[in-house]
Design a binder for this molecule. Sequence first.
Ligand SMILES: [Zn+2]
Length: 252
Amino acid sequence: MSDFPIIKPLLVGVFPNFETSTFLYGKRQGQKEDFPCIMFLIEVNGKKIVVDTGPCDSEKASKYHTPIIQTDEMQPYNALTNIGINPEEVDYVVLSHLHWDHCSNCKMFKNARFFVQKAELSYAIAPSPLQKRPYEIGFDRLPSWMDVFQQMEPIEGDLYDLVKGVHLVTLPGHTPGLMGVLAETKDGVYAIASDCVPLNENWEGDGKLKHIPNGIHINLEEYEHSFDKLDKLAKVVLAAHDFKTLNKNQYP
Ligand SMILES: [Zn+2]
């Protein structure tokens, strides 16, 4: 087993024909594209860490949220078992934030410790009216993230060395308690930035803006500080909803 973390991105759903400007702070209005939902597996020193657990199935997504395509092989359980990982052997699950497309399917990680920011958990229980739907508040069922409420370990601020070389860092802006993961790979520090960086274009900027915020956000100033933090700490940033992230089976 490698001493350095290896990151594997897994396709767990697709938003079909989705308005691109939603992710790009209003840029490209009227343009529609397909965007993937991605779950990440990090393996290091015999430990298995899952970062985000994907969206619900397409039936629930259409009923409660926005349509998704989720073939059998994209189903998060199958996405993991297809690469030889039994969800019950996952040691840690990091929930970057508690929007539905990042934290459904938690139940299958029966033996994992779940990490989430305290600020995210607090906000998820009582979000602003505009954010009730993505957090699944006010539905005819409990939010899916509550399936593992008793397994959750809320943390406050950055947590270094969850496992040696894997760090959890706050990146608020998109949501109050968004948390990214930094992995000190043999090729430098890779960041899983979640919805802080949904597309590569968010990170690459447009010549005027160094980085472009997600159109869905609750605090722009905090968001800018999060970009500064990523600039300082990460060599490579992996986008959460960009097919380019899936161009490789593993990083590095
Ligand atoms: Zn989100």
